[in-house]
Design a binder for this molecule. Structure first.
Ligand code: PRT
Ligand code: ZN
Length: 225
């Protein structure tokens, strides 16, 4: 395969990180022309193109070398890093910058009548989550044995449906937990949008383009702070 001479950034197509992500790229001087399918956007100001995808696909696209950089939640990046770590491998992507939007936390929440006095209270329970690797890692670090039930959505109704005893899900305002009569008892990860890139720095001209973009991004982030 011929090495690419243009840098390619992946960002969420539509969701909580898309507007702020696009805004950040625009303020870093990048302008894009959208294609008809609106998935691939050609960079007009720099040799930097944008690919609009599902957030969960971003680490994999970097791992495969399809994209060079990505804007993704730390929760997604860490979950997929831990999947590599649990197989004894090093993740081929890493967190390069924190971007200051999309803030949330991955928290354990229990039904109102559940007596929680610390991690040990979760021993023997079934924990529903979309983040099984992060959950299993936290349980290991706290020496707790529990069953992790992986669900791709509607995690917060799992206790009511009898699918789990407690949950571990993303929380921002806490309104969803309250609406489902759940109480947040422990946070296992503080998250926000991050810029992800390959674990090994790019060596060809894309490396120089990436370094240049990071310098501009740092300027934008500094003004914001
Ligand atoms: O289609 P695609 O797969 O790209 O989108 P998605 O549905 O997987 O992602 P999306 O847009 O919901 O979230 C993208 C990223 O935003 C997440 O990976 C987080 O990094 C970040 N983020 C920030 C959040 C939240 N805040 C958040 N509150 N992601 C999800 N939530 C959900 C949470 O899962 C729960 O259902 O919002 C609910 C709780 O919100 P509160 O305010 O009621 O506490
Ligand atoms: Zn997703």
């Amino acid at each position: 395969m011929k090495p690419r001479d243009r840098l390619r950034i992946a960002a969420q197509k539509s969701g909580r990180l898309s507007d702020a992500g696009r805004d950040l790229l625009a303020r870093s001087g990048l302008r894009f022309r959208e294609s008809r399918d609106r998935l691939f956007c050609y960079g007009e100001t720099e040799p930097v193109d944008l690919l609009l995808v599902r957030d969960d696909d971003i680490p994999g696209l970097i791992a495969e070398g399809v994209c060079d950089l990505g804007i993704v939640g730390r929760n997604v990046l860490r979950e997929q890093s831990l999947e590599y770590a649990r197989r004894g491998e090093r993740a081929p992507f890493s967190e390069l910058r924190t971007l200051g939007f999309g803030r949330c936390r991955l928290s354990i929440a229990v039904p109102q009548d559940f007596l929680y006095t610390g991690p040990a209270s979760l021993a023997g329970t079934r924990i529903a989550t979309s983040y099984p690797a992060l959950m299993a890692d936290w349980l290991d670090r706290n020496g707790v044995k529990a069953e992790v039930v992986t669900l791709s959505g509607s995690v917060e109704i799992a206790p009511k449906l009898g699918k789990a005893d407690v949950i571990c899900d993303l929380v921002s305002t806490g309104a969803t937990l309250a609406a489902n009569q759940l109480r947040e008892v422990a946070s296992i990860l503080d998250s926000e949008a991050v810029l992800a890139g390959p674990a090994e720095a790019l060596q060809d001209e894309r490396g120089e383009l990436a370094a240049q973009l990071l310098r501009r991004l740092d300027g934008v982030l500094e003004v914001r702070d």
